[in-house]
Ligand binder design. Structure first.
Ligand SMILES: Cc1cc2nc3c(=O)[nH]c(=O)nc-3n(C[C@H](O)[C@H](O)[C@H](O)COP(=O)(O)OP(=O)(O)OC[C@H]3O[C@@H](n4cnc5c(N)ncnc54)[C@H](O)[C@@H]3O)c2cc1C
Length: 446
């Protein structure tokens, strides 16, 4: 088949590679100058940075993880790191996840957190149902103390909205529940580990996270057309037209609000739903520093408090690969989410981000030799209370229409790159079936 894939992020490129290996004639159409999307990296002199905040290679799915590592340079071309993540809690470094680090808080905060945790645990055991709103979910799952000491200030910083106006269903599968014995152990000072599936991760030695996308494109067997914006997509008697060219099949991975205007046959009610799918944006502040001592052995840290500035997460990016910074230097990525109120080219604002990091004890401003920023309009999904119903209607229309759509914002699934690749495998299987039988059954993704 002659297949057009809209968008050259990892979703589009991974699927293109799989389809090309079957012998299909595949074209990826990408608006910007190169493939990569949210997985792009960039260089300033001898510094390398990821553009959309710190990215790591990890997956619960061993096959997908190996696929990613192979594309990113194999074992020899990647660095394996034991994750060391912390929360900067006032003047303390608390291991992450916060509940597993509770023993590192002051005694008063430890007791406050544990009292609330046990109360919430008992209420859940007695059948208190999972609440609909994220704000209530935090109380239900973690209790008052953890909510006040970390979960609420941190999440208000990231999501920039009243947490009671956010849905809870997206966190349910994402945040694994630690056994209560582990939390009790942590509370009395015995360290326990949460999120073990993420306890080690990989990163390309050279070229940042984008190396994985480059390895997907290289020898991928498909035609990557860059600097071309998809402007018009329509159905024809025998298939589809994209920008006036004929194809047998179209697969979209472009963020839905950015492609909705181009696809001619979307009904008005679905258009309205798509337009209401708002993203949360991210300014990624890229900081190069001159080191007078080695970087602390940290992977990334979370900053919940206002006095730490607008940053919610800092990646110790030169720890992922020493080639990310020149000799004698280190580099950080500071992530600031926003809803359009910050400008990445506002130098005074960038200085205030750096000042917040100095307050948090992460760097001294006089060490900074490079301070740049990159805005990513589509970074996180705004999970308001209507989101689930709205996105279900949109996905249903696409799945039944013959257009296929997937990807982080192509399907509005809160997915990391490994899950995008897993989805690409599922879409690939669907297209294999379609090519074999011509059977137009709607796409069904688990
Ligand atoms: C802060 C942050 C941290 C993350 N950390 C990790 C991590 O540690 N590990 C991990 O695996 N994943 C991580 N992710 C997730 C990962 O970045 C995404 O899952 C993945 O990059 C999404 O790829 P995609 O191809 O679906 O979408 P995108 O990367 O958004 O690709 C869409 C493409 O469509 C193009 N496009 C837009 N409009 C048009 C048009 N009209 N015509 C043609 N092309 C168009 C865009 O330029 C883009 O290239 C993180 C994401 C964020 C925001």
């Amino acid at each position: 088949m002659k297949i057009a894939i809209l968008g050259g992020g990892i979703s589009g490129c991974a699927l293109a590679r799989m389809l090309a290996a079957d012998g299909h004639n595949v074209t990826v159409i990408e608006k910007t100058e190169r493939a990569g999307g949210l997985c792009k990296s960039r260089k300033y002199g001898d510094f390398t940075f990821d553009e959309a905040g710190g990215h790591i290679l990890f997956s619960k799915d061993k096959e997908v993880l190996q696929w990613q590592i192979d594309r990113a340079g194999g074992e020899a071309g990647t660095q394996k790191t034991v994750r060391n993540t912390k929360i900067r809690w006032h003047d303390r470094w608390v291991p992450y996840p916060f509940e597993n680090g509770v023993g590192h808080l002051t005694k008063e905060a430890n007791v406050e957190c544990m009292t609330g945790y046990i109360e919430a645990y008992v209420e859940r055991r007695m059948g208190k149902p999972c609440p609909e709103s994220f704000g209530d979910w935090i109380q239900w799952r973690m209790g008052d103390g953890f909510a006040r000491q970390f979960m609420v200030p941190y999440n208000e910083k990231v999501w920039e909205r009243d947490l009671n106006t956010m849905a809870s269903d997206w966190v349910a599968g994402r945040v694994p529940e630690a056994p209560i014995e582990d939390i009790l152990r942590s509370s009395i000072g015995v360290d326990t580990e949460g999120y073990t599936h993420q306890s080690v991760f990989w990163f390309p030695l050279h070229g940042g996270f984008e190396a994985m996308v480059k390895g997907t494109v290289q020898d991928g067997g498909f035609d990557l057309q860059c600097n071309i914006e998809v402007q018009r997509v329509e159905k024809t008697a025998g298939g589809f037209k994209v920008n006036g060219n004929d194809y047998d099949l179209v697969v979209n991975t472009v963020p839905l609000p950015q492609i909705e205007g181009a696809i001619q046959d979307i009904p008005e009610n679905i258009r309205k739903d798509i337009q209401a799918l708002k993203p949360i944006s991210l300014i990624n502040v890229m900081i190069g520093v001159k080191l007078d001592e080695p970087m602390p052995d940290l992977s990334w840290i979370y900053l919940p408090f206002e006095e730490q500035g607008p940053t919610n997460r800092v990646t110790y990016y030169s720890n992922y690969s020493k080639f990310n910074a020149p000799e004698g230097h280190g580099c950080f990525l500071a992530e600031v989410t926003h809803r359009g109120q910050h400008r990445h080219d506002d130098k005074a604002w960038l200085q205030s981000v750096a000042a917040g990091l100095e307050n948090a004890g992460i760097l001294r401003q006089e060490q900074i030799v490079l301070l740049e920023a990159c805005n990513n309009e589509f970074a996180y999904i705004d999970q308001d209370l209507e989101f689930a119903a709205r996105v279900a209607r949109v996905r249903k229309w696409f799945d039944e229409s013959g257009y296929l759509t997937f990807g982080r914002f192509g399907r509005y699934e809160y997915h990391n790159s490994d899950q995008c690749i897993k989805r690409a495998k599922q879409v690939h299987a669907h297209i294999q079936q379609l090519a074999k039988t011509g059977d137009q059954t709607p796409l069904q993704l688990p």
